[in-house]
Design a protein around this ligand. Structure first.
Ligand code: DQA
Length: 139
């Protein structure tokens, strides 16, 4: 099974960004540990992060026929992006939505997701462990 991990805006700052909310694991450690975890399960994981909506959309298009599914933390685009929703609808790529923090314990503008209702599943508020659980869910 081939999977793609997408992290959206500001997740490149993991480790130093609001550590009380997002923890101390950096994105590069998360990506390398998750890639190793995938290999241990005979899965192949590609990792991508961008702060730009159009790059996330183009990456979903480019991977549409190359992977079996996507694990995505869309960051703040979760709450704004009809375009990322349309990319998943257009490619029919199955995806799991992950949020490190419990968005429902936070500001009300974080309670709306343009992706959750079309996701295979959502893992919210369990810290970076959510990414590993998403991988397990695809295996
Ligand atoms: C986040 C939650 C979003 O509301 C926020 O904009 C993020 C990170 C999370 O992982 O908890 O950037 O997706």
């Amino acid at each position: 099974m081939n999977l793609l991990l997408i992290n959206g805006p500001n997740l490149n700052l993991l480790g130093t960004r609001e550590p009380d909310v997002y923890g101390s694991t950096t994105l590069s450690i998360l990506e390398s540990d998750l890639t190793e975890y995938a290999q241990s399960k005979n899965m192949q994981l590609d990792c991508f992060q961008s702060n730009a909506e159009h790059q996330i959309i183009e990456t979903i298009h480019a991977y549409a026929k190359k992977v079996d599914g996507v694990i995505i933390n869309p960051g703040a685009f979760t709450h704004t992006s009809i375009a990322i929703r349309d990319a998943f609808l257009g490619t029919q790529l199955p995806f799991i939505e992950v949020h490190i923090s419990n968005v429902y314990q936070r500001e009300s503008f974080r309670h709306k997701s343009y992706l959750s209702d079309i996701a295979k599943g959502c893992i919210i508020g369990l810290g970076v462990k959510g990414y590993y659980l998403a991988l397990d869910a695809f295996s």
